[in-house]
Structures are given as C-alpha cells and as structure tokens.
Design a protein around this ligand. Structure first.
Ligand SMILES: [Zn+2]
Length: 432
C-alpha cells in the first residue's frame, strides 16, 4: 500500500514485479475484510466496517434461516447456535466501530430479524413484539452493548500491548476531531456517569472488569431510556409490560424446556406472548392498518376485542383446553395463591399465567423445580397455547381476508351470531 500525493500516477509510471511476477497497481484492495480504496476517508472507516457487518450478518442469516425458523427445534438450542455462530459475525471488529448507537443500528436491525425468526415471528414485514424485550428474554445482548464492551476492553489493555495502539494511548494526538482513543475515553465516561460501583478512575480497572461493568451500565441505561426512544408505540408498550411484570426473572423456562421436543412450539408461543408478539386478532389488525372494530372472530363476538387476556381467559372457543389448563394449575399451586389469582383483574391474571409478577404475587411452581416430579406451570400454559394456536391463526386469517373484500365488513357482521348476554365472569372453581 502506498500513501503519497498523486501516488497512483507515480506508481503506474513504473512496472512492478515480485519474484518475476507482475504486481498489478489497483485502486481498491480488500485487507482484513475491509475494502481500501484510493481516496478513502479514514473517518469513514468505522461506518463502513459496521455496514460490512450488516451485509455479512444478512448473508449468514439467510444461510441459516431454515434452521432458525424450524418450529420443532428447541429455542434454547437455536439461541446457543446464534450466540456461537451469528453474533461473532455481527460484532467482528466491534473494538473499532463499537460504542456508537447510530452505527450499531443497522446491524441491530438484522439481529432483531434473527431473533424474531427463532420465536416464530418471521415474516419480513412483521414488526410484532418489542426487540428489547426479546433480546433480554433470549439472553442475546444488543450489538451496542457488545461493541462497547469490546472497545472498552481494548482501550483498557492497549498500554500493555506491543502494537502502535500503545503509542497512541500513551501519547494522545492533539486533534480537534475525535480519535479512537479520545472517543473511547469519552464513551466510557458517558455510560459510566452516575453508575453505582463504577470507579471514577476507570483506567486502573482490569480490562475484563471494565468490559463487564460497562456492558451492565449500558443494559441498565437502555432499560431506563426506553420510554424516550422514537420507536413503535406498541413495541414500547410491550417492553414496559415486560419490565413491569418482571418476566426476566422467569426466563429460565427456555433452558428448562430443552428436552421436551413436543413442547418446542409451545415455548416459542409463550415467548411471543411475553414480549408482545403473539398474533392476536387485535394485533393483526393493528399491524395491517385495519380498524379493530369487528371483535373476536373465534367466538364471533363483535363486542369483544381479540386480545391476549381474551384468548387466555375469556374466549368461548377455547373452553375445553382452558379447563384442562386451570385444573392442572389448581393442583400445582397452593389454594392461597389461587384465591388471590381469582380476585385479580384479567390483565394481571394474564401476566401471572405468563410467569410474571403482580405486586408480590407470582405462581410458585411456574418454573420447573429439579426436586419435583410435577409438570411445571410454564408447560401447562405452553400446552394451552399450542392447542389454540392453529385454530386461532385460521380465524384471524379468515377475518383479514374477508375484511379486505369489497363487502367484507358487512359480511363479517352478518356472520357473527347475535349474542345478547353480557360477558360473564370466568368460572375457575372447577370442583363445583
Ligand atoms: Zn373470542
């Protein structure tokens, strides 16, 4: 590589050879995965590296999409494969281009696609569910978090290296624009500001400690700031519910279900419910831009929205699977917890069924207990979701097709049986 003014013309004036072979003079050359071109702006390099990562991740994603979208492969295995083979592709060189949220956004978008595919929300235009909640649920950190950690670690250990980085770190360049060293320092300062237990003089920290602490700080920061972000309202709401219900505490069910192949799809549906991505009638209409006015198509009630609480607790179409679910849950949980559960509003009951916490109340046996031979709560709920899923999808599909037709709206209303009585409370006392 030659660096000089007008070097290309100067190079072309001579012929170059190496061991008797002609060496071509080229204007662009790929080195360590990066294309160097004549006239390249060095300040553009990090941006180009991030773009390159996005392209590579997309390629790897399409190569693996068959495996990732297979509903009967346990989610836990798909997550481990993603962490081992796709994340390194996505974050390669993060030491150089990381610690900038804007640069990471493109790669993150592709990673969101990967995660959606795994849990079964895989259509290209599908934006159901909150990506932040999904990444916490699956234990896959954000690209911003991984990149920042890697950059901080390299920054911290650069004084001990034998490369040019050591010189740059020890004798910082006096430059108006940001360099890698000054950018890293200010980045770490920014994210560690006001974080409890983060030493002010972070240059004395061990590289690994700095990396871990900074990653935790960024993760907490994302949690705090999610309300301010300009994202889809539905996604924001889903993430709020995820945090409020403390679903994170019960995410171990994904690993616990790894041996139950027959429940693989049910576990994915459960994750969809927890991150706000389960396809209910209301959600289908929201994302296709239709007005949600036709009610639930499963029980043909036009005064009832086809929401998650309706499907789990009220819809008449799923009375039998629901009875099975509640009779099993009743045997599993204590009478005290079940009585408190009965008195809760439907929204809170839904959160509890999905493994969440309402006030201080949570199903005690929702997660599996290694000492117990009983079937844990999450399996019971996953079974229910599996038994209603196909029928539900069909009803939603039908209603969408009909409502798009010329006289669709009217047709549907005529089809709905006139139900006069009001919504009766759920009969959970099955022993009666
Ligand atoms: Zn219904």
């Amino acid at each position: 590589m030659a660096f000089a003014k007008d070097c290309e013309n100067k190079l072309r004036r001579k012929s170059w050879s190496l061991c008797g072979q002609m060496v071509p003079v080229v204007t662009s050359y790929k080195y360590l995965g990066l294309v160097f071109q004549s006239g390249v702006e060095v300040s553009d390099l990090p941006k180009r590296m991030a773009t390159e990562r996005k392209v590579c991740l997309t390629r790897a994603y399409y190569a693996m999409r068959g495996f990732l979208s297979y509903t009967t492969i346990p989610l836990s295995i798909q997550t481990q494969v993603t962490k081992a083979s796709l994340l390194p592709v996505a974050t390669y060189g993060g030491e150089l281009w990381g610690m900038c949220k804007t640069r990471c956004a493109g790669v993150q978008k592709e990673l969101n696609k990967v995660m959606r595919t795994m849990v079964g929300i895989w259509q290209c235009a599908d934006k159901r569910g909150s990506p932040e909640a999904l990444s916490r649920e699956l234990g896959i950190s954000s690209i911003h978090e991984i990149g920042s950690g890697a950059r901080a670690r390299l920054w911290s250990k650069s004084p001990t290296l034998k490369t040019v980085l050591r010189e740059l770190q020890m004798n910082p360049m006096k430059s108006k624009s940001e360099t890698w060293v000054t950018g890293s320092t200010s980045g770490i300062k920014l994210y560690s500001k006001g974080v409890e237990g983060f030493p002010k003089d972070f240059s004395l920290m061990k590289p690994e400690d700095l990396c871990t602490k900074l990653r935790n700080a960024i993760s907490e920061d994302e949690k705090r700031k999610h309300g301010e972000q300009k994202v889809d309202v539905a996604a924001k709401k889903s993430f709020t519910v995820y945090l409020q219900s403390d679903y994170f505490a019960t995410r171990a069910f994904i690993d616990q279900s790894v041996g139950c192949l027959h429940l693989a799809q049910g576990v994915k549906l459960l994750v969809q419910c927890r991150v706000g991505g389960f396809l209910t009638g209301s959600r289908a209409k929201h994302f296709s831009g239709l007005v949600d006015s036709m009610g639930c198509q499963s029980c043909r009630r036009d005064d009832m929205k086809c929401s998650l609480p309706h499907i789990l607790l009220r819809c008449r179409m799923w009375v039998n699977p629901r009875k099975t679910m509640f009779s099993k849950l009743r045997h599993l949980e204590t009478a005290v917890i079940f009585d408190s559960f009965n008195r809760l509003p439907v929204g809170s009951q839904t959160a509890m069924l999905l493994g969440g916490k309402v006030g201080e109340l949570r199903f005690e046996h929702w997660l599996g207990d290694p000492q117990s031979v009983q079937e844990p709560g999450f399996k019971i709920v996953a079974e229910f979701l599996m038994s209603v899923y196909d029928g539900l999808k069909q009803h939603i599909g039908e209603s969408m097709i009909e409502s798009r037709g010329p006289k669709g709206h009217g047709n549907l209303l005529n089809l709905a049986e006139p139900l006069q009585e009001s919504e009766e409370p759920l009969d959970l006392d099955l022993d009666r």
